[in-house]
Write a new protein. Structure first.
Length: 301
């Protein structure tokens, strides 16, 4: 049967997310829906896949929660079920920034639709900041965008505080994969006193979907947190695979490097793990090859 996939997030106060977990998980299991949904006091974030009726039932359930009627999602293609099981996790934040005072339900940057993004970022008085992580930016970004060099989104506030003086008096345009990180990063900048903050509506994925390649200011591919690993214009596959040791994206040429061993090592993580770790990775890869273990998907960082 056909598999339908949805990526979703919504910021809304959920006073007791733990109480919402069991009914949601039971519904997903009953409807044949798999994936991961994160619940926190600030809202919901996740990616799910399954039969259309099942996915729609889960979305309707989520929209029935107080404050969640406006929950939006992105649809993406899945030739087969991309997830091994359903997980509903309770966390402090639906996307981890580590700044409790940031509240995207109070204020966020001005949303700019993809059709208007090129004109905005071409303005020399606008600073364009990529809020994604270094391993994502390594395979693609907007021309001229600033790379904060962060390994996780939690590092972004410290980077901004250390560099804010460089951008004094400038308008700031920010972007991320699907929009959720910018809900927090733009809210953070507004709270820090930046008067004009903009946010690419729908993220890079919406831009690549709607803006023709000939008009695009995007170079390279966009890392995505699922089995496709990367996408390019028109949301076509980008050709990258994932190193299942370090979770970083690799292009086809990287697989020919001497450090590469499927499921075990790549040139980016060759010096990062112990021999015991590598032995564990090799055993895991043997289990995947024998069909005893479902290959894990990258987790959002």
């Amino acid at each position: 049967s056909d598999v339908y996939k949805r990526q979703l997030y919504h910021f809304a106060p959920l006073p007791d997310p733990a109480a919402l977990r069991a009914p949601l998980l039971a519904l997903c299991d009953a409807e044949g829906v798999r994936g991961t949904i994160i619940l926190a006091r600030e809202g919901v974030n996740g990616t799910i896949a399954g039969p259309r009726a099942g996915v729609e039932a889960v979305l309707a359930h989520l929209r029935g929660w107080p404050g969640c009627a406006g929950l939006s999602w992105k649809e993406s293609a899945a030739a087969a079920m991309p997830f091994g099981r359903m997980k509903v996790r309770i966390k402090r934040e639906i996307v981890t920034m580590g700044e409790p005072q940031v509240n995207p339900t109070a204020h966020v940057g001005r949303h700019v639709p993809p059709a208007e993004w090129n004109a905005l970022i071409a303005d020399p008085e606008v600073v364009v900041i990529d809020t994604r992580n270094a391993y994502e930016i390594a395979i693609g970004s907007f021309r001229g965008a600033i790379d904060p060099g962060t390994r996780s989104f939690r590092e972004f506030p410290a980077w901004w505080r250390a560099n804010a003086d460089r951008f004094a008096g400038k308008r700031v345009a920010m972007f991320c994969t699907g929009g959720i990180r910018c809900e927090k990063s733009t809210s953070f900048l507004i709270g820090a006193g930046v008067p004009e903050v903009f946010h690419l509506q729908g993220g890079v994925l919406k831009y690549l979907e709607e803006v023709a390649e000939g008009d695009s200011l995007w170079d390279g591919a966009c890392f995505v947190f699922d089995q496709r690993v990367s996408l390019t214009h028109g949301l076509a596959p980008g050709g990258h695979i994932l190193c299942h040791a370090c979770r970083r994206p690799l292009d086809p040429a990287d697989r020919n490097r001497p450090e590469y061993e499927e499921g075990v090592c790549c040139h980016l993580c060759a010096g990062e793990y112990s021999d015991a770790d590598r032995a564990r990775f090799r055993e895991r890869q043997r289990q995947v090859a024998r069909g005893e273990l479902f290959a894990a998907q990258p987790a959002a960082r």
